[in-house]
Design a protein around this ligand. Sequence first.
Ligand SMILES: [Zn+2]
Length: 473
Amino acid sequence: MRLYNSLSRQVEDFIPLVEGEVRMYNCGPTVYKRQHIGNFRAFIMADLLRRTLEYQGLNVTQIMNITDVGHLTEDDVVDSQGEDKLQKEAARRQMDPWEIAREEEKNFKEDLALMGIPPAHTYPRATEHIPEMIEMVEGLLAKGLAYEVDGNVYFDITQWPAYGALSGNKLENLEVGASGRVDDRTDKRHPLDFALWKRDEKHLMQWDSPWGRGFPGWHIECSAMARKYLGDTFDIHTGGPDNKFPHHECEIAQSEGCTGKKYVRHWVHCGWLEIGGRKMSKSKGKLYTVPEMLELGYTGRDLRMLMLKQHYRAPLPFDLELLDEAKKMRSKLNNFVTSELRRCADGDAHTEITDAVETTRSRFLAALQDDLNTSVAFAAILELMTTVNRLKPTTSDAELVLNFMSEIDGVFGILDPVEEAADLDADIDALIVERNQARKDRNFQRSDEIRDELQARGIELIDTAQGTEWKKI
Ligand SMILES: [Zn+2]
């Protein structure tokens, strides 16, 4: 497989460290509020990557952290400033930060499920790995890469000349930007030195450390947890475009500084989600959450479809019209498997269809192996659908194509799950029976109501001489 590596800025061969095994770390959510759909682009990408690797027979270990302390509000500067996001939210909501963290973690996992994202193997919480972080900070102090001033521990950025390799930010350029803030942090040797441990006796979430009570820096959390679950060196680290700098840059400095080994072999970042041409995280436009999107009549899988139509690294413009298109495309695919392929006449298989399935399978795999080229993979599937429909498939063709569609959906995860589809069928059938009875009873008001209700759910009824049939609109 070929995969773009943000560190080398090139598409490279992806070769796992241990044959057949892939160890992958995904920067997870900071659980202080419900994630917006822009955040989910990185998680959908990570899921696609995992499924693509598994489709090729690799065994993937996926770790996604839960940041429940230490992430400060000004997280786009090297030496993050501002308030702890959890603590700030606790004050705003007048709630316990621990309660907020657990509630938002639960919400996050619910949203993942709605997008058809299966759980990672482990979701380590930062607050449950404080000893591992302290150990790493001690290691950095022992090596002279960090220093302590009055209970605060900082990474000494001047000791790490490679800083900036991932993001292309040169230390000299960063210094210019930071100059305005030099005065307010007099305890630091260099204005860009970033905190590994912050002394804070007033923080609502605090721990004992060799440097007094306080809490860890956000970056050291990921370094320590990735190391614990995946080892000093592992295959893939993913994140959103906003994680690249300074978060991942700082992770590299800390981890490689501490272990003396390469930290991550392949860095993978998705592109921005844009609203009105602006990066979503900075945008003043509407940052929908998943429940808000559901209220507008979309599903988590519609959003997934929208994101998979675009290459993961390209900027993705977001508006509801594009989401409508994705929704339509998804119902077309659903309709193909739940309706069109289920109404076939008996007969021999078409060799043309058998051949088309084989060709599509190789094109699909080749596209994904080419740096996750989902749009080419989609095009291959749409072409197959056209071929199949044109040839009027028999039941044996349908069986083959249905199996293939379920195989590729193991990677894309955009079709309605089978259980849901079965529930939907039973539901619709029950309403059709009720409507037929209402018509017999000349209760046209009720029969119209049922038709309208189904219409609103995207189901069209067709009355034929043989009875009532339905299809998805
Ligand atoms: Zn992280």
